[in-house]
Design a protein around this ligand. Structure first.
Ligand code: C2E
Ligand code: MG
Ligand code: MG
Ligand code: MG
Length: 281
């Protein structure tokens, strides 16, 4: 039948673009434009030290202020950004922006606040990340010890050979390394030692039901014990009640982050929050 209708109708017989592919292409194009038009924002969520009840750090989380749509969360676009390679310029922007903001807060008196930046595995594949980090520090004047780079277990697994030298050079500068979503991936505990992580971020999925779920409590306890014996700091993600923070403190967890303290906020709102949060419950 295809032959009969001739080459003019060739396209009719190509596999149809399915809905997923169409959505991917549309989002990719929209992200490209968003980057040009500066539509990305970083919001900041505080990290609290459980022994002093003080804010010791902040995590930068990206959002896309999409015209006609509103605030788009990373869960709705990071994957497309990674698959299209656009995470490279977007991630670079986030790194620079976070360092810049951290430097500004340093000048305003919060000079010990660490600045957490999420890195994608794709950024390691490209090979320019090591240099980008140095440039972002240089351009902003942020002290390297205040930068806290967050990687996931899968990033470590993906790039076992190539990642080591990059991480070693960052460590030599005093940059901090955190393993994000810890417990959800397949990295072995030996990775903690090998990559000299400063902090383990215990994934929200283990934290959220800690008060009622015995198994989650056992998992979190085990993570904290290993971390302590390796001299690695622990931070629990997704803390939504003070009762949960108390429980984590009693289990020996070092830090917490979660909605009970604050949702991620735009920079000016975060600064107001910081001013009001001199002493926390
Ligand atoms: P993540 O790095 O694990 O970030 C923590 C996520 O948990 C954030 O979601 C944060 O808003 C949310 N969260 C914090 N406290 C609570 C809580 O008490 N309850 C609940 N239910 N959620 C809480 P968000 O901002 O939507 O970010 C999702 C993920 O997107 C991040 O997970 C990270 O993997 C990725 N992401 C965010 N910003 C960037 C970025 O600049 N670059 C890259 N590559 N990935 C990013
Ligand atoms: Mg993170
Ligand atoms: Mg996480
Ligand atoms: Mg995550």
């Amino acid at each position: 039948y295809a032959k009969k209708t001739g080459p003019r109708f060739y396209r009719l017989f190509e596999p149809p673009m399915n809905a997923d592919l169409i959505r991917f292409v549309e989002t990719r194009e929209a992200l490209r434009v968003a980057l040009e038009r500066n539509e990305f924002e970083l919001h900041y969520q505080p990290q609290i030290d459980l022994s002093t009840r003080r804010v010791i750090g902040v995590e930068a989380l990206i959002r896309w202020r999409r015209p006609g749509v509103g605030l788009v969360m990373p869960g709705d676009f990071i994957e497309v950004a990674e698959e299209s390679g656009l995470i490279l310029p977007i991630g670079r922007w986030a790194l620079y922006e976070a360092c810049q903001q951290g430097a500004v807060w340093g000048q305003r008196g919060w000079s010990n606040l660490s600045i957490g930046v999420n890195l994608s595995a794709v950024q390691f594949r490209e090979g320019q990340l090591g240099e980008d980090v140095l440039k972002a520090l240089d351009a902003s004047g942020l002290h390297p010890a205040r930068l806290d780079l967050e990687l996931t277990e899968s990033t470590l697994l993906c790039h076992q050979e190539t990642i080591s030298s990059t991480l070693t050079s960052w460590k030599a500068l005093g940059i901090r390394l955190s393993i994000d979503d810890f417990g959800t991936g397949y990295a072995s505990l030996a990775y903690l030692k090998r990559f000299k992580a400063d902090t383990i971020k215990i994934d929200r999925s283990f934290v959220q039901h800690l008060l009622t779920d015995q198994e989650d409590r056992a998992i979190v306890k085990a993570i904290i014990q290993v971390a302590q014996s390796l001299n690695v700091c622990t931070i629990a993600e997704g803390v939504e009640s003070f009762e949960l923070a108390e429980q984590l403190a009693s289990m020996g967890c070092d830090q917490v982050q979660g909605f009970v303290y604050s949702k991620p906020l735009p920079p000016d709102a975060f600064e107001k929050w910081l001013l009001a949060a001199e002493v926390l419950p």
